[in-house]
Design a protein around this ligand. Structure first.
Ligand SMILES: Nc1ncnc2c1ncn2[C@@H]1O[C@H](COP(=O)(O)OP(=O)(O)OP(=O)(O)O)[C@@H](O)[C@H]1O
Length: 304
């Protein structure tokens, strides 16, 4: 899967969580994911709550160590790099969180938080002064200079998300994970934040991994879409949400998912969707691989 067109590649990624003291509960939040994000594209990860989107995103950034699998950044295997060896890669990979307020120190003025990369990595800014950097970042994100002299609780959710984006782009990243960046915002400002991110992408060529459970947003924002179900990507393509081939994607996009009770069965092997799939037969007791069908990848024995 190593190719020069990708900024980040995950190969065979797994993340196992174990909980409970008396009886151990094992959950594969990510269960064998292959993914490649190309330079300059927006790849949308879509799926229901608990399907593993956030865990996969954090594993790709090595904010969570995978239980298994490898991560390649610009052709370099970074899976087992030390904290020190990771520094140059960390600068190139950033995340915009769902809750911008969590990303700010409540005791710092917003300007201090936006300039945090400057204090952490002064060598990256050469002769640029703090004021020049801040002015440029505010211009790029459309944030009123007056706001950055305030504390985080004195800004609206949309203003704070712009400030979070300003901090993220300070180090000129090549790859940004946007983890539901608009889901906590008022509908009226959601579109402006999405436009801002796409505008930054147009100007800088940054790759975006956009995590959402909003199908309409995914359709609009994504160059390619990966559909996650129980820790796996079951379908991937540019037209996936308009012409779904996997029975799960079809149910997700037509609002016809069965009730939680009817498909909560977890199998140790085989297709995890088979308990409710109308097409399920004996072969579905074996796990389908992610097959390439033209421009689409699909994990199903019986695609439409
Ligand atoms: N630290 C953890 N310890 C144990 N289980 C976890 C942990 N983090 C996540 N999980 C479990 O892993 C699964 C995937 O969670 P994850 O947050 O990645 O899903 P998601 O698709 O991002 O959901 P949402 O859209 O609600 O944010 C869930 O079953 C969750 O309970």
């Amino acid at each position: 899967m190593s190719d020069a067109s990708s900024v980040i590649i995950g190969i065979g990624l797994k993340k196992l969580y174990e909980s409970g003291i008396v009886s151990r509960k094992r959950t594969y939040a990510v269960n064998g994911v292959d993914i490649a994000i190309r330079h300059g594209e927006t790849y949308v990860l879509v799926g229901e709550s608990g399907s593993g989107k956030t865990t996969l995103g954090r594993v790709l950034l090595l904010l969570i160590q995978p239980t298994d699998g490898e991560i390649i950044c610009n052709g370099v295997n970074i899976t087992h790099k030390t904290h020190y060896e990771m520094i140059p890669f960390r600068k190139k990979m950033q995340i915009i969180p769902q809750h911008p307020e969590d990303a700010f120190n409540p005791r710092w003025k917003v300007s201090r938080s936006i300039l945090e990369p400057y204090y952490l990595h002064p060598e990256s800014f050469h002769l640029q002064s703090k004021t020049e950097l801040l002015t440029g970042l505010l211009q790029q994100t459309g944030l009123d200079p007056e706001y950055v002299n305030r504390y985080p609780h004195q800004l609206s959710g949309g203003e704070l998300q712009r400030a979070a984006i300003a901090r993220v782009i300070a180090l000129k990243p090549e790859f940004i994970i946007c983890d539901e960046p608009t889901s906590m915002l008022d509908v009226s400002v959601q579109a402006s934040i999405v436009h801002l991110l796409k505008d930054i992408q147009k100007k800088t060529g940054v790759s975006l991994l956009f995590i959402t459970h909003d199908i309409q947003l995914a359709r609009v924002v994504g160059d390619r879409v990966g559909v996650m179900y129980k820790g796996q990507i079951v379908e991937e393509g540019s037209d996936t949400l308009t012409n779904p081939l996997h029975p799960y994607t079809h149910a997700l996009t037509t609002n016809s998912l069965p009730g939680e009770k009817s498909y909560e069965a977890r199998y140790e092997s085989g297709c995890t969707w088979r308990s409710v799939c109308p097409k399920a037969d004996d072969i579905c007791h074996t796990m389908p691989g992610l097959q390439t069908c033209g421009p689409v990848k699909i994990r199903c024995h019986h695609p439409t």
